[in-house]
Design a protein around this ligand. Structure first.
Ligand SMILES: [Zn+2]
Length: 275
């Protein structure tokens, strides 16, 4: 199957041109635009935001892209963005699942909502990431040792401040990563690690936006305590983990290139002797 994205999951390609840094800026601006629209009319701590409203504002701002906002009482986190797949295994839309019993959220949930919306913006402005996710999903399926590894070692917190203890944790993660790579399927590991690298980078962007809006809302007088979670993000050690993944990737890609060069050389040799 050719790994092309369906129109219901992407914005026009001319919007997604440019360097990664430019795309990061544009996806951030897009999140701001969505925030403006979603939060208009919210003027007190008692204000409620219905899922229907979030859904219709998103559809209005991203016409043609399928986004479903749904309550998910069984989720193990407050909110999550996932891809919706069609019967052929193609990603055809985004699912924004929120743990909330009444299909509505309060004002203090807004920063978290912005975090999730930043993930959607990030996907829209980086269609290559989406295409890679689609490819990996079709090769690996949804629940597997690869997603478990990400949850257990990459997207996990280590809530300790002491420098020596943090260094110890990172060396533990490094060992787990190297062991994992040894046991992984050689055909998918480079794509998988690229995916991990960009997912961690995406979390950094999303937490940054979450923090920015938590401060904005609290300055406007809303009952939100930005400090509660802005401190928390350091316990994920995303930057350190990105570096670990990049080191392993660099090594794998160098070996792969060497192998390919060797193959070309051998082929030339065979060609050369066949005449
Ligand atoms: Zn996130």
């Amino acid at each position: 199957m050719r790994n092309i994205l369906l129109p219901s999951i992407r914005i026009p390609y001319n919007l997604t041109k440019g360097s990664l840094a430019e795309r990061n800026i544009n996806s951030g601006k897009f999140t701001d635009k969505i925030y403006e629209s979603i939060s208009s009319g919210i003027n007190s701590n008692r204000a409620i935001l219905k899922f229907e409203t979030i859904q219709s504002k998103l559809s209005e701002l991203i016409p043609g892209v399928k986004i479903k906002v749904r309550q998910d009482e069984n989720a193990n986190c407050e909110a999550i963005v996932d891809l919706i797949g069609d019967k052929k295994g193609k990603a055809c839309g985004f699912l924004l699942a929120i743990k909330s019993p009444k299909s509505q959220v309060k004002v203090d949930f807004l920063p978290k909502l912005i975090h999730e919306i930043q993930h959607i913006s990030d996907y829209l402005y980086n269609p290559k990431l989406l295409a890679r996710d689609q490819k990996l999903f079709n090769t690996l399926g949804r629940s597997n040792k690869y997603s478990n590894f990400y949850d257990k070692y990459m997207y996990n917190e280590y809530p300790f401040d002491e420098e020596a203890s943090r260094r110890f944790y990172i060396s533990y993660i490094s060992k787990a990563l190297n062991d994992f790579v040894k046991s992984a399927n050689k055909k998918v590991i480079i794509d998988y690690l690229q995916d991990v690298r960009y997912s961690l980078r995406g979390e950094l962007l999303a937490y940054k936006k979450q923090k920015e809006y938590a401060y904005k809302l609290s300055e406007k007088g809303f009952k939100i305590k930005p400090e509660d979670f802005s401190e928390r993000v350091k316990y994920f050690m995303f930057e350190e983990k990105i570096k670990l993944v990049e080191t392993v990737l660099f090594d794998l890609i160098s070996k792969q290139r060497l192998k390919n060069a060797q193959k070309i050389k051998n082929n030339k040799f065979i060609d050369g002797t066949s005449f």
